[in-house]
Design a protein around this ligand. Structure first.
Ligand code: NDP
Ligand SMILES: O=C(O)C1=N[C@H](C(=O)O)C[C@H](O)C1
Length: 245
């Protein structure tokens, strides 16, 4: 049995993760901790799952690393600087492993993978992410990661900059600029989490769309991470490394 602790246990995703861990035959939920609860119970866990908030996740992660607990992290807000900090902590605690994934949905990981594969064949690529209005961060972690993968694929293929003649615009009209890829964020009541990657050139376009229909959809990926984290030394970024893509 893998002893699992959940941080953010009363949150939208945390509730689903607790249910999934409870239902898994090879796991035991030893701590379910949310804001204001004592964190001490988490030390009983071999693996902690974190779905909290970008403002608190670094403190949580440091606590896990210092207490020798592996971490599977869904919380967003990780840039290169934060990832570097985590790598530094892990260098001092080499027995601890961390998996950080901007999206644990298998279909979402495939959407990112397909976008990365397609990017070099088109003149232009833009991302529209659409989420529920209670989301703390914009653009989404998934959209940022997708943009980074597109940028990397285009750079490796020697693609030129994307065409864009805009010289006059209202602030924000062209979205956020992630390494040259424009990312547009919609916050709309009724939505959960959705993304379109728009690719265009040569008289045709390709749209790759992913829709999250419920938050239980994240849990198979989270449980996969919990089962595999003990054998993934150091820091792993992205669930794709656990799938045979
Ligand atoms: N990687 C992935 O697949 C996915 C990632 N996410 C990301 O996960 C994060 C959480 O999303 P979501 O569940 O919708 O958010 P919620 O706000 O519903 O849940 C977060 C929970 O964490 C609690 N919390 C805040 N601070 C702490 C703390 N220090 N210790 C323990 N618990 C704390 C919050 O309490 P309170 O409300 O009182 O502040 C809340 O109950 C976001 O960053 C989101 O983008 C979401 C979906 C999928
Ligand atoms: O906050 C959310 O809801 C989600 N957050 C993650 C992100 O920022 O990419 C994953 C998914 O989009 C849902």
């Amino acid at each position: 049995m893998i002893r699992v602790g959940v941080l953010g246990a009363r949150g939208r995703v945390g509730v689903e993760v607790c249910k999934a861990v409870h239902a898994a035959g090879d796991m035991e939920l030893v701590a379910a901790v949310d804001k204001g609860d004592p964190i001490d119970d988490i030390a009983k866990a071999e693996v902690v799952v974190d779905f909290t908030h970008p403002d608190v996740v670094m403190d949580n992660l440091r606590w896990c690393v210092e207490h020798g607990v592996h971490a599977v992290v869904g919380t967003t807000g990780f840039d290169e600087a934060r990832l570097g900090t985590v790598r530094g902590w892990l260098a001092e605690h080499p027995s601890v492993n961390v998996l950080i994934a901007p999206n644990f949905g298998i279909a979402a990981v495939l959407m990112m993978h397909f976008a990365q594969q397609a990017a070099r064949f088109f003149d232009s690529a833009e991302i529209v992410e659409l989420h529920h209005p209670n989301k703390a961060d914009a653009p989404s972690g998934t959209a940022r990661r997708t943009a980074e993968l597109i940028v990397q694929a285009r750079a490796e293929a020697g693609c030129p900059p994307m065409p864009d003649a805009t010289t006059t615009e209202l602030d924000g009209a062209r979205g956020a600029n992630v390494g040259g890829v424009r990312v547009h964020a919609v916050r709309l009541s009724g939505l959960i989490a959705h993304q379109e990657v728009l690719l265009g050139g040569g008289g045709e376009t390709l749209t790759i769309r992913h829709d999250t229909m419920n938050r239980a959809s994240f849990t198979p990926g989270v449980l996969l991470g919990v089962r595999r984290i003990g054998g993934l030394p150091g820091l792993t970024v992205g669930l794709e490394h656990l799938l045979d893509l």
